[in-house]
Design a protein around this ligand. Structure first.
Ligand code: IVH
Length: 672
């Protein structure tokens, strides 16, 4: 390839990737599979590394991050980042409308939008290129977090269409709740504390120094406000829809995320709609924002020191209920972490009946002086698990006594410990506490770890109670004769179980490492360790310093790993597992393409499956030469339909004559 060809290919790839990015993240209608996208991106990365002079500053390769920001520069906002005045009642909105109308001397048009509960961001563009992204800070100046923001796929790096030469666009960056939930699940798997709420988590992520980590976190962003000297239109609604044509993800009218109204009654209806419908969104909102649509009128209304007079936020009351706290119980996790749980008088909150709520840790109980028998306020935040946020002291029973946090493990009575700097208490009896042992075994057999079919938590309980297993290595010594003696164990289930155990011996090293259940060693960390050290012996023999030298392995993880391998029982377990034939070395594979039976075929995978996870299904499709897309169109060949698939998808597939396959039918196609 000569220089000219390289430059041309770089430009061509950048443009293609930009279009596919837009189709996927902004318009929700992917045209190529994730695999194809990654291939194009890899080619561009290779070319940019070879011909750095041609790499564009806003190249799509910026999406994967790579730059490290040691200190975020402080930048003065060109336009101050004001806040909105809040209202909590309809009367206040009526007063707002009256003030505005009085000044306008006529009926006024308003826009209604959601009030996104995320991190405010101002992104400026020059000549269609993302120039800078700055946090709100104190409103006058904020932090330059450009490199991190560039990794957010729904924020365009290069614009399309007819955009002004220079302008700024403001919006809110947030964690989709599904992403936040998955993040917390993987933290929990790694024995780390859950993050309290999506907003703080987003704010923390955006301040990370390594943009590669930010890129892996799948943040999203809605843009809701355009500012500049030469904007194409004189109304907010028109400018937002213009911004959509330049490639921004803006709240859409068609999704009822945006509306224009002339009457306060219509605004109330919008509020009523979202006050319940918000429970079905994949992100958090904390109210509705009402803005005067016309820019001239906005200017006339002007600003107070803190906020515009042409806009107001209607804040939803945090969904809160009061109920009786019957009892505080304590849960022991598989790593020994203790979580206090509030057992409540069942109560309806945000559409679901709540019986239990998290009390987090001893400090939280002490801070709020939460006691059994109290009437407590329970709130549903971003967390799926509700939390106790306050106590109604006026109703405290007269005989009430302060809560004394437990000193011993509720399961094995060992004295609890509290490591300095950590919020949680731990039961240190790792190899003797039954709950921890069973928890570790459940983790070991789980889908993302050893994925042992035919074995569930109940069976683990049974096997443990009968004394057939004392740790996860014992699973490999189970035999037919012993198992058949157990209750509810017929020949078929016994053979399934033994087959599942046998199959797990093929599970790759990184998952075996994850399955061991070492505190702070989650899926991602396991992969990193396996890739770096290649064998378990190399990890066992590594010093603390050598562990910390691995990308993304910090002191906390290294110390946990190091001390795990210091314990003779743990080494003994590993030796046993080795002797049973489990994988303790990495097997490096090249291409995974197995066959091309699905060449030219396009698949949509939707719902929940029994044998495969959704990702495994997608990978299998690609391994057999097929292509995955996100939504059904005329060009789709197959819809693989799992449980819980929405009826709309099925209807669409039927109307477009797309073949619908069950998971079993798909597996049969592979077998053929
Ligand atoms: S417009 C001058 N629209 O709420 C006002 N703000 O408390 C410009 N927010 O700083 C802001 N959703 O961070 C606007 N649809 C929306 C919003 C929104 C959330 C945030 C924003 C603002 C804060 C004010």
């Amino acid at each position: 390839m000569d220089l000219f060809q390289a430059q041309e290919r770089i430009e061509e790839l950048s443009e293609q990737l930009r279009q596919h990015n837009d189709a996927y993240y902004v318009n929700d209608s992917p045209q190529i599979s994730d695999y194809e996208f990654d291939m194009l991106l890899e080619e561009l990365q290779r070319l940019e590394a070879e011909y750095p002079d041609f790499a564009q500053p806003n190249s799509p390769t910026k999406r994967v991050g790579g730059s490290i920001t040691k200190k975020f520069e402080t930048v003065v906002h060109q336009y101050p980042m004001l806040s909105l005045s809040n209202s909590y009642s309809r009367e206040e909105l009526i007063e707002f409308d009256q003030r505005v109308q009085k000044l306008a001397g006529k009926k006024v048009e308003y826009t209604c939008e959601l009030k996104y509960d995320g991190v405010a961001i101002g992104v400026s563009y020059k000549n269609g290129q993302l120039h800078r992204a700055v946090t709100r800070g104190d409103g006058t100046k904020g932090d330059d977090i450009t490199e991190n923001v560039k990794t957010i796929r729904s924020i365009p790096l290069v614009l399309k269409g007819d955009y002004p030469e220079e302008f700024e666009i403001r919006g809110e960056i947030f964690y989709p709740l599904s992403v936040f939930k998955a993040l917390n699940e993987s933290r929990e798997e790694a024995g780390e504390d859950r993050l309290a709420n999506p907003r703080n988590a987003a704010s923390g992520t955006l301040k990370m120094q390594d943009s590669r980590v930010v890129a892996s976190r799948k943040l999203d962003c809605y843009l809701y406000y355009v500012l500049g000297e030469n904007l194409p239109f004189k109304s907010h609604a028109e400018n937002l829809s213009a911004a959509e044509s330049w490639g921004f993800k803006v709240p859409k009218k068609s999704e009822k995320l945006f509306a224009t109204y002339q009457s306060i009654e219509d605004i109330f209806e919008f509020i009523d709609f979202w006050s319940t419908e918000r429970n079905h969104l994949n992100f958090e909102i904390d109210g509705i924002v009402i803005k005067v649509n016309d820019y001239y009128l906005q200017e006339e209304l002007g600003y107070t020191a803190k906020s515009p007079r042409w806009a107001i936020a209607y804040k939803f009351k945090a969904e809160q209920v009061e109920t009786r706290l019957n009892e505080i119980t304590y849960q022991v996790g598989r790593t020994g972490a203790i979580t206090p749980v509030a057992n409540l008088e069942p109560v309806l909150l945000a559409g679901t009946t709540v019986k239990r709520a998290s009390l987090h840790n001893a400090d939280q109980i002490e801070k709020l002086d939460i006691r059994e028998g109290d009437l407590v306020q329970v709130e549903k935040g971003g967390e799926i698990i509700p939390k106790v946020v306050g106590v109604n002291l006026t109703h405290r029973p007269t005989n009430s006594e302060p809560t004394r946090y437990i000193l011993n493990c509720p399961e094995c009575d060992t004295a609890l410990i509290r490591i300095e700097g950590e919020a949680k208490h731990y039961c240190p009896n790792e190899s003797g506490c039954p709950t921890q042992i069973k928890g570790k075994m459940s983790h070991f057999i789980s889908r993302k770890a050893m994925d042992i079919d035919g074995l569930g938590e109940e069976t683990i309980e049974q096997l443990y109670a009968e004394g057939l297993i004392h740790n996860y290595a014992d699973l490999y010594t189970l035999n037919e004769e012993d198992l058949l003696k157990l209750d509810r164990m017929a020949e078929k289930s016994v053979s399934n179980l033994l087959q599942g155990v046998e199959n797990s011996k093929k599970i790759p090293f990184e998952r075996v490492l994850f399955a061991l259940g070492i505190r702070y060693v989650g899926e991602t960390v396991s992969k990193k360790l396996a890739k770096h050290f290649k064998t378990v012996d190399a990890i066992i023999n590594a010093s603390l310093e050598e562990m910390i030298a691995v990308d993304e392995i910090g002191e906390k993880i290294a110390e946990s790993l190091f001390s795990f391998f210091q314990v003779p029982e743990n080494l003994d377990l590993i030796n046993k597992l080795k002797s049973y034939g489990l994988q303790f070395e990495i097997v490096e594979t090249a291409s995974t393409q197995i066959s091309n039976i699905f060449e030219g075929k396009t698949f949509v995978v939707s719902g929940v499956f029994e044998t495969y996870s959704r990702n495994e299904l997608k990978k299998t499709i690609e391994d057999y030469g097929g292509k995955n897309v996100g939504s059904i169109s005329k060009k789709t060949d197959y819809l693989i339909a799992g449980d819980k698939m929405g009826p709309a998808k099925k209807e669409k597939a039927e109307s477009l004559d797309v073949t619908i396959l069950s998971e079993q039918e798909f597996i049969e196609m592979l077998d053929k």
